[in-house]
Each structure stands twice: as structure tokens, then as C-alpha cells.
Design a protein around this ligand. Sequence first.
Ligand code: ZN
Ligand code: ZN
Length: 429
Amino acid sequence: MAQLPVPSAVAAVLSDLGSVRIWAADFYRDLHSHPELSHREHATAAKIAARLSASGVEAHTGVGGTGVVGLVRNGEGPVVLLRADMDALPIAEATRLDYASATTVTDEDGPQVGVMHACGHDMHVACLLGAAHLLAASRSSWTGTVVAVFQPAEETGDGARAMIDDGLAGLLPKVDVALAQHVLPAPAGVVGTHAGPTLSAADSLRITVHGRGAHGSMPQASVDPVVLAAMIVVRLQTVVARETRPGEPVVLTVGSLRAGTKSNVIPDHAVIELNVRSYSEQTRVATLDAVRRIVDGECQASGSPSPADYVLFDHFPLTDNDPVTTQRVAAAFTSFFGDRSGPMPAQSASEDFSDIPRSLGVPYCYWGIGGTDPELYRRAEQAGRVAQDIPVNHSALFAPVIQPTLDTGIQAMVVAALAWLAPPPAAGQ
Ligand code: ZN
Ligand code: ZN
């Protein structure tokens, strides 16, 4: 298929990529070696702010804790928000790379754990810093404003919300579109877009059901919360099987069930923790409503002495790419990347990025970039062993190859941003 011509602004902005990729790769390796957990990205944020300043980008720090906002103001024109997340995970790295993390932390009550950039957020940061630098260095090629948001605590699902609650909107001119990307286990060098629901909404629910404790030999004196909780777990299986339209993707998993201390003591309560993944708000609400109805019904059937307690936690919103925005990004990608750009299937993972555009009332697009050595990926594909042999995000072996992942991520951010930014006045005649 013939490629569309690359807009001249894209070529002009990317002309200095050769020098940027050198420091951006060093920056990436440094972040990878020194990961920080959610809400604790202090050194990461300081490095980002210093790099933005060196690139001539106005930097605001301490937004929502450790968040950093870079602003490239360049006259009248569209305002494009680009976002990267920057937190790492409590995983001991097993990649054996020479820049692998040896960082450990000790939680207040827990054992020492390794810390690793196992989700590629270090790559997201390096790509956005590179893109912001290139856009700031070529102001004569475009007009408008680029907002580079470095968000903390994506992994805990509350970093975007923390920035919003801390007044992110007040720092910015009126935003027109928000864009973000994630490195995935696909061949490095490729980019993929998906219109509509792209990442699932996720909700975790902790339910405490109450019974009446008694001696194990005297069940008549008890309301047994172990039997009650067991009934609930079984009955919950009917929510997807019997209440959800066939073909509607929804997952309801009870991941934890705790009750009692001893074989001959009937305890007085049980705790159920479950996780729901859904791709529409309607399904999400219907599923959570069904859970409550079943729990309340089973409690009543058991003669439970008090109503169940519900705590909703680890909520991630649905990532629902705006079709028109996605079409514009996809067209720009096809024009630049040619057959390295294509459709991406919806992912079962979740993200809190969309909290930002939702709070600003603007459309958004979230796309994927490959991070796996293309040759390794090709061999795994030929052997039918992609799932077994290619490390996925959150694996102790997950680390993108630096190139061509870094170039592709920088280019994708620049190309997508320039699909909105206006041409300079002279070029617009
Ligand atoms: Zn992750
Ligand atoms: Zn991630």
C-alpha cells in the first residue's frame, strides 16, 4: 500500500532524533536501574524536572505528590496533552541486563522486596522526554501548546486522580485532546491503535459478612459465616453465566476468602475479596449490583445478624478511546510508520490515564507500542510459543529492547501530537 507523504512538520521536528536518542537511552537505563514504587517517585520526578528544564520546557513539580507537568507554550493553537506514567512494581528483577535494578525496599510490616520497572513506565518517561525536547527545539514548525504529564502511581490506580485533585487543570490552558501510550509484548517498532473500549474497567470489592460465633460442636447456637461465604462464592458464579449477555466480556473472580482460626470454632465473620473486569459502564454497574443483591440475599437466607460491609478499592476506569480521535491518530501513524502501524486488540489490563481526559472533558486516545526484540518475537511466533516464551508486563523478565522501542515511542508521541498542533503562520498561507 502506498504511504501518504509525511507532513513536513513531522520531518522537521524529528530531524534531531539522532542526538536525542543518545541521552534518552541513558536516561532510560538510569531510570530502569533506579525504580521507585507508586507515590514514592521522588528521585524520578527530580530527574524528569531537571531534564525538562535542560530542554527549555517549563516544569511544574509536586502535582499530586510526585507528579511533574511540562509545558511547551508556542503561541495560539491547539493544546495537546501527552501523558507518561512513572512508577515501578514490587518485583525482584530477573533480566540479568547490565542496567537491571538491584533496588529493594522494606515495607513497614513486610519483608524486603525487590523493585523493578516491570511495566515499562521508565520507557514511557524516556519517550515523552524525548518528544517534549524535540517539540520544544523546533517551535518554528508548529503552533499551540504541548502539555507533558508525568503521572505517579498508575499501578495503584490513584495517581491520575491525585494530580487532578491537586489542581492539574488549573496549571493548563484549555486542553483539546489527551494522548498516552504503553509498551506491550509485541515486536519493537510496531504501533497499534484500537477505537472504543481498549482497556477494561477494574473494581475490587472487600465484603465482610457477619455470623454468630459458637463452639464447633454446637452449630444450633451459631450463624455460620463459613457456610454463608461459601454459598456466596458459588452463587456469584451465576452473575457471568446467567445474568450477562453471551459475548459481553466480563470477568468476576473471587481471589480471597478468609474466615476462622481453628477447626472447632465457628467464627463470627468471613471476608471475601473479589475483582470485576468489564468493558462498559452498564455492565460494570449491573455486575456490581448483582454482587450486592446476591450477598444481601444470602445473608438474609442465613439469618445473618447484621448487614454485610462493602469496601470498593483499586478502581480503574474504563479506557474507551474516542473513535474520531483514534482515527486521526491511526491515519497519522499509517502515514509515518507505514505497515509498522496497525490495529491492536482490546487488552484485559486496566489503566487510570483516562481519569485525566475525563476530568478535563476532552477526547483521548491510548495506543500500544511493541517492546520485544523483533527476531525473538518472530521465532516464538513460528514455534507457536508467544505466550510461553515472550515475557509480559509485570513479569520479572519484562524489559523492552531499548531500540527500536525508544525511537518508536518518541516518534509516535511527536507524530500524534502534530496531528493536532497547527502549522506555523507562514506555512499556513
Ligand atoms: Zn503495570
Ligand atoms: Zn503499565
